[in-house]
Unconditional design. Structure first.
Length: 199
């Protein structure tokens, strides 16, 4: 019995030591990264290949492009190295990019603080101040606090003249309810955020 306890103790000790070493190594590694390297650290396998002048495997690009978390970052990196043609064509739409922007915003939002489990594009709205709004519905599963609310609405806004340029959106928002905001509600929110209309 004592031998079993000793073996378990050694395994726990070695596991903790490994975890601590990994945490310290990661902190040291991250502290040495340049601003650009830090920006693309979450898609490091693609960044390393491009930096060396090599073409990343398509399967790796597809893996990161299919992730809501890294879709737009993957495109931006490929575009930076003049390799945007490697990005999966089926994901090269403003709706798919907006999904990613909304998902990342939700993950960083203090109220939601998570990636949605499902997200679906619903429709597009044209506002009078030359802003195009893409409306999404999204939901999350238990044990998330918003799981009981079922589908919620999210909004991504672009200047109408830039809607297909794959630039960052001008506005990302949600009122965390399943009721659609009206044109008037959205326009008021845009005015409050001092979003510049097209001149």
């Amino acid at each position: 019995m004592e031998i079993v306890q000793l073996i378990i103790g050694i395994i726990v000790f070695l596991s903790l030591k490994f975890i601590i070493i990994k945490i310290i190594y990661n902190r040291i590694r991250i502290s040495k990264l340049t601003r650009e390297e830090l920006r693309f650290d979450s898609i490091r396998p693609i960044y390393k290949k491009l930096k060396l002048g090599e073409i990343p495997k398509i399967s790796i690009i597809e893996k990161y492009a299919n992730s809501l978390e890294s879709r737009t970052l993957t495109y931006n990196l490929l575009n930076k190295f003049n390799k945007a043609e490697l990005f999966p064509k089926e994901l090269l739409t403003i709706e798919k990019f907006s999904e990613s922007y909304l998902a990342n915003w939700l993950n960083m939002n203090d109220d939601f603080d998570n990636f949605p489990d499902e997200i679906i594009f619903e429709n597009k709205m044209e506002l009078k101040n030359e802003i195009t709004i893409l409306v999404f519905k999204f939901k999350t599963y238990e044990p998330h606090i918003f799981a009981e609310k079922d589908w919620l609405k999210g909004y991504i806004g672009y200047k109408s003249s830039e809607i297909n340029s794959f630039k960052d959106p001008e506005i990302i928002m949600s009122n965390f309810s399943n009721e659609n905001l009206t044109d008037s509600d959205l326009e008021k929110t845009i005015e409050l955020q001092k979003l510049p209309a097209n001149s």
